[in-house]
Design a protein around this ligand. Structure first.
Ligand SMILES: *[C@@H]1O[C@H](CO)[C@@H](O)[C@H](O)[C@H]1NC(C)=O
Ligand SMILES: *[C@@H]1O[C@H](CO)[C@@H](O)[C@H](O)[C@H]1NC(C)=O
Ligand SMILES: *[C@@H]1O[C@H](CO)[C@@H](O)[C@H](O)[C@H]1NC(C)=O
Ligand SMILES: *[C@@H]1O[C@H](CO)[C@@H](O)[C@H](O)[C@H]1NC(C)=O
Ligand SMILES: *[C@@H]1O[C@H](CO)[C@@H](O)[C@H](O)[C@H]1NC(C)=O
Ligand SMILES: *[C@@H]1O[C@H](CO)[C@@H](O)[C@H](O)[C@H]1NC(C)=O
Ligand SMILES: *[C@@H]1O[C@H](CO)[C@@H](O)[C@H](O)[C@H]1NC(C)=O
Ligand SMILES: *[C@@H]1O[C@H](CO)[C@@H](O)[C@H](O)[C@H]1NC(C)=O
Ligand SMILES: *[C@@H]1O[C@H](CO)[C@@H](O)[C@H](O)[C@H]1NC(C)=O
Ligand SMILES: *[C@@H]1O[C@H](CO)[C@@H](O)[C@H](O)[C@H]1NC(C)=O
Length: 395
């Protein structure tokens, strides 16, 4: 290998690192008036993840707790008092299908959930409350609006704790559907009173979030306790939810999804494909995009990760490229070298930001450790059910 191509590989290494850093999500709400959030990495394809072997950590982030893998799936277990679990996809879908095969966790005060949620708090839910093993709840939210609490649905399922069932959400710009074992159990149209005629219809790119967590703990509101079926009996640990597989289909095939403006409407979402620069070759973005195209044949980063051959070295990747691609990369190399310094600076800033977030999470007490997902839900339930009288549920 010549000196020039070695230099190219070093430069490529820098850019690959930068690209992966983008997978670390932010807590930036794009509908906040002054926000300037980075684009969401797209799934851009369809894939089924079997949860009986270790998930690719580039695609899935275990943010709270840990998973135990068995031959039938991933166990999300609450093993000690107040523990919880949260798995979040690093990729987003912009309309699509999410099919989860789940056994809920049984036990008063325990919530199993598989949801789609966007950066501006659009949400499409499956939730199992642990005291009722014969049902599942469907729900949705638009931009975190919790003014009313009339969107939830209750659906019968037999032995939801001991049998896997197929819980599928279908989501496009016209309608939302919840399917159980091949039966359509609920439809919500884009424009109807429940969605405030579209305004509160979920319509922005969503991550997949899987969580098993306790709501039945001291200090919760009466409404939250009632929803969860009373206090958790901690002598009954572990409380285990099992996921055998999840299929996710993205209806767009973009590389990234970017909010333009702060409305949170689907029309404001820009599907970024590849070179996004009208500044020509003077823009770092142009060269980064060009290199990513060459390296991934135009697939989304998630798609490239899914289809990658195990542990290819950079030099193998280089050898796999066509002659034309080699020439393209040579031409770009000089510019890349010059831009590497800038890219490193950007990467360092980004890492610093991520580091702050991580520290904030690590520092917290139990309540602070509740994920934003859980905290948001509790606020919602609180406003939703707070005024009712609490009647302990008999198991
Ligand atoms: C947004 O920016 C404007 C003008 O800089 C400022 O007056 C306002 O307080 C900011 N709003 C928020 C929520 O930060
Ligand atoms: C995971 O499940 C699939 C499908 O049920 C099965 O073919 C495969 O052998 C399982 N893998 C492990 C490691 O148990
Ligand atoms: C469990 O949920 C199902 C479906 O919503 C419902 O029919 C049933 O009455 C519920 N059982 C209890 C104990 O709440
Ligand atoms: C929030 O929901 C309520 C009730 O559905 C609705 O009246 C209101 O307009 C919504 N607010 C926003 C900002 O969409
Ligand atoms: C799960 O249900 C969805 C919706 O009915 C269906 O499209 C899919 O094929 C089902 N999956 C399996 C494995 O049967
Ligand atoms: C949703 O739209 C379909 C037609 O596209 C209609 O048949 C159905 O009644 C609508 N549902 C609701 C809840 O408005
Ligand atoms: C669990 O959380 C509750 C409510 O915050 C608290 O009162 C209790 O002491 C916690 N238990 C443990 C073992 O941390
Ligand atoms: C908690 O569970 C244990 C064992 O299942 C039982 O003996 C005990 O009575 C339960 N405690 C409460 C408060 O229900
Ligand atoms: C690139 O182009 C955009 C829009 O045309 C412009 O806003 C931006 O300032 C340009 N950036 C550079 C570095 O020239
Ligand atoms: C891009 O995606 C296609 C279809 O999923 C796959 O066959 C191909 O191997 C991928 N290419 C790379 C370089 O990942």
């Amino acid at each position: 290998m010549g000196i020039l191509s070695s230099a190219v590989l070093i430069a490529l290494g820098v850019f690959l690192t930068v690209a992966n850093a983008e997978y670390t999500g932010t807590d930036c709400n794009p509908t906040d008036s002054n926000s300037s959030c980075s684009a969401d990495p797209a799934l851009g394809t369809e894939h089924t993840w079997l949860f009986n072997s270790t998930l690719d950590s580039k695609l899935w982030d275990m943010q709270t707790g840990s998973i135990d893998y068995t031959s039938e799936g991933a166990d999300f277990s609450i093993k000690t008092e107040n523990a919880s679990t949260l798995l979040v996809s690093n990729f987003y879908i912009f309309f699509g299908v999410m099919e989860a095969h789940v056994k809920m966790a049984k036990g008063a005060g325990i919530i199993s959930s598989v949801i789609l949620q966007s950066d501006d708090l659009d949400e499409i839910d499956w939730e199992w409350v642990g005291y009722n093993t014969s049902g599942v709840q469907s729900d949705f939210f638009g931009k975190g609006n919790t003014t009313t609490s009339d969107r939830g649905g209750n659906h019968a399922v037999s032995n939801a704790d001991t049998e896997f069932h197929n819980y599928t959400s279908y989501w496009d710009k016209d309608r939302l559907e919840w399917w159980i074992d091949g039966d359509l159990v609920r439809t919500v149209n884009y424009s109807e009173p429940l969605t405030v005629y579209g305004k509160n219809y979920p319509q922005t790119p969503c991550q997949v979030k899987v969580s098993n967590w306790p709501v039945g703990i001291k200090g919760q509101s009466v409404g939250n306790l009632e929803w969860g079926g009373g206090y958790v009996n901690w002598t009954d640990v572990p409380f285990t939810m099992t996921v055998s597989k999840i299929r996710v289909q993205d209806f767009h095939s973009g590389k990234e999804y970017k909010y333009t403006g702060h409305t949170g409407s689907y029309e404001s979402i820009e599907v970024i494909r590849y070179v996004q620069s009208n500044n020509g070759t003077s823009s770092p973005r142009f060269w980064k995009s060009l290199l990513m195209i060459v390296l991934s044949s135009g697939n989304s980063t998630a798609q490239a990760e899914i289809t990658k051959k195990p542990a290819k070295t950079l030099s193998q990747k280089w050898n796999d490229l066509s002659e034309g691609a080699h020439i393209g990369v040579y031409v770009g190399a000089a510019v890349v070298g010059a831009l590497a310094v800038g890219a490193l600076t950007w990467f360092c800033i980004k890492q610093r930001r991520n580091g702050r977030l991580q520290r904030a999470l690590d520092d917290g007490s139990y309540n602070a450790e509740l994920s934003t997902l859980e905290q948001t839900k509790l606020r919602w339930r609180q406003s939703e059910l707070g005024r009712r009288d609490y009647q302990p549920v008999q198991n």
